[in-house]
Design a protein around this ligand. Sequence first.
Ligand SMILES: Cc1cc2nc3c(=O)[nH]c(=O)nc-3n(C[C@H](O)[C@H](O)[C@H](O)COP(=O)(O)OP(=O)(O)OC[C@H]3O[C@@H](n4cnc5c(N)ncnc54)[C@H](O)[C@@H]3O)c2cc1C
Length: 381
Amino acid sequence: MDFTPHDDLAAHRDAARRWGAEHLRPEWVADERLRGDHHHAELHRLLADQGLLAAGWPPEHGGSAVDERFADAVFDEIHDYGLASDGWITTWMVLKTLQRVGTEEQKRAVIPAALRGEVIIALGYTEPGCGSDLAAARTRAVRAGDGWLIDGAKMFTSTADRATHVFLLTRTSAPKHRGLTFFLVPLDAPGVEIQPVHTVGGQRTNATFYSGVRVPDGARVGDVDGGWDVVRIAMVFERGTRNGNHRPGLLDRVVADRPDLLSDPGAAGTLARLRIDEEVARLLTARAEWITRNGGLPGVEGSMAKLYTSEAAQRQHSALLDLLGPEGVLDQRAPDAPVAGEVEFAFRNSLVDTIYGGTSEIMREIVAAGRLGLPRSRPAT
Ligand SMILES: Cc1cc2nc3c(=O)[nH]c(=O)nc-3n(C[C@H](O)[C@H](O)[C@H](O)COP(=O)(O)OP(=O)(O)OC[C@H]3O[C@@H](n4cnc5c(N)ncnc54)[C@H](O)[C@@H]3O)c2cc1C
């Protein structure tokens, strides 16, 4: 692996900090926490207007001249500030998938519009009856004239309430893997219903329902019955990418708030272990991002990064709560909450990290089979 891009990234960090100081607003954090939808429309617009969403994309798809590594540093800054960018992260995953499997028409229409901030895409994979086993999807799409009619229900369609489209996994024929097809469905289409689901992490996700939703054949992504090949690509882009629960500055802020911790050898040892954990997580993510940036698909590497990063975040937030003592559980509304309630929030927020995008058990299975060469616990697909 070549570490150069991420060494360069360090050089962009100061500029990103200045960008953050100039543009990020505390009321956006308050807003996001209150609504829990992990996406802020004003921030999204700003990122689009400044060409930050379009950084690193080819000019023919609407890419901007902004340095991709500066954009990465800005996203780190945004997440460390306490803001999530899930609406963009899920959109990015679908755009990356479209780049590989979309038609020329889809690439020309959808990618530039998303980079301009006009198209936001939620992921519609999970159903009330299937999550890890996506091949059991039952949401049905049947041919109707020159288009399709979709009926079914999806669970945990995060940011659907803020998005313009959902990337929908449907069943078009035979059971299991060979009868699945993807569609890019406008969320304002007649027959789509969105209901909020609030989580312990403070996140608002959604249950979404589709009753006789009509889409043209041009909304189909990939081949009819070829959805399994599409989801395997899309899932790779879901793992091994930076996300809003990664807060590089949190350890420093805890130490700044409670400098006494450093003079306690037990606490200092814990903080050192957490720092090492964080660095390993950062490097695993950097490797997966590097593979993506160079046109590859970080299958096993992304799963390794996802597994380690999500479990390291949970270890970190749990250990920090212990170090802060009883006051650690005070939330942001309590005036004397340590680190303004950041650890309490991060603790609740990272609970879901080991679930969405593939649970830790599934990640271990991929690493065990794909890297360690151990036998699979279920038949290969
Ligand atoms: C806050 C939140 C946001 C989400 N956002 C989205 C979203 O935007 N779009 C979307 O489509 N989905 C989303 N999800 C869904 C998420 O991807 C699924 O919850 C996850 O894949 C697990 O599926 P499940 O909930 O059906 O659990 P199940 O698949 O039923 O798993 C239950 C348990 O069994 C274990 N298990 C299952 N299969 C195996 C196996 N083969 N080997 C070993 N253990 C196994 C799992 O690890 C888990 O512990 C979100 C979930 C949450 C909590």
